[in-house]
Design a binder for this molecule. Structure first.
Ligand SMILES: [Fe+2]
Ligand SMILES: [Fe+2]
Length: 235
């Protein structure tokens, strides 16, 4: 009897050790996997000096904002990992266009717009749920609620939620950032532009439910922007 009990205990302990080892290995795999995604994103954004900080902020806005919208932890974490890949398709855009100082002519603009589909192409084959969401965001992050976006001119809920979240976060961050053709805009004014429009940005571009939540949680965006102005190490 004693022997059987000892054996049983040994077996249980062995099972527990094995389980712990699997857990550690899975966590290690997950960590190196996420690191690889970030590295890939950095490689794609390498040419643009500010994007290191930009993609970092995008990750935080998307993750936190998804939580405020009532999405579960899995979705929020996933969009936090997936959203920095949104512009990865720019890797396929010629430097002459990507790095052009002045504004793009219509042909150049047509080529520039292809970064959405190229991004979806690059990411689309992956079986990883993170990269799959990345592909969905890459494909749709320039679509607008009122159908005036690209590449397909999708409207309303035909645009995946992750891309709708990404779009509003991207626009907020672009407004706050200095560009060769525009100064950085303050927080209050950026919120105002998203909520009321400024001629180029119109509230019709965004999901009304998201605009309402953005307005209610605008301080979150300010805090994230201010905490991550400097590009993260290695960017
Ligand atoms: Fe883009
Ligand atoms: Fe962006």
């Amino acid at each position: 009897m004693l022997e059987v009990r000892l054996l049983q205990r040994e077996l249980r302990q062995h099972g527990e050790t094995l389980e712990a080892r699997v857990r550690t290995r899975t966590a290690e795999l997950e960590a190196s996997y996420l690191e690889m995604i970030l590295t890939m994103t950095r490689a794609a954004e390498y040419k643009d000096q500010d994007t290191g900080a930009h993609v970092h902020r995008i990750s935080y806005y998307c993750c936190e904002f998804a939580g405020k919208l009532g999405m579960d932890a899995e979705f929020s974490q996933r969009i936090g990992v997936a959203s920095p890949m949104h512009d990865i398709g720019k890797i396929g855009i010629p430097d002459l266009i990507l790095l052009k100082r002045g504004s793009l002519n219509p042909e150049e603009w047509t080529i520039m717009k292809q970064h959405s589909a190229m991004g979806a192409d690059i990411l689309g084959a992956s079986v990883s749920p993170y990269v799959q969401m990345g592909a969905e965001i890459a494909q749709n992050h320039h679509e607008r609620w009122d159908g005036s976006g690209y590449p397909k001119g999708l409207r309303g809920e035909a645009i995946p939620l992750a891309a709708r979240i990404m779009n509003i976060c991207d626009i907020y961050d672009a407004l706050r950032s200095r560009r060769p053709y525009k100064p950085a805009i303050g927080h209050e004014q950026s919120v105002d532009i998203i909520v009321k429009g400024d001629g180029r940005t119109s509230p019709g571009h965004f999901d009304p439910a998201l605009v309402a939540s953005f307005q209610g949680n605008h301080a979150l965006f300010r805090d994230i922007f201010e905490a991550h102005i400097v590009p993260f190490a290695g960017a």
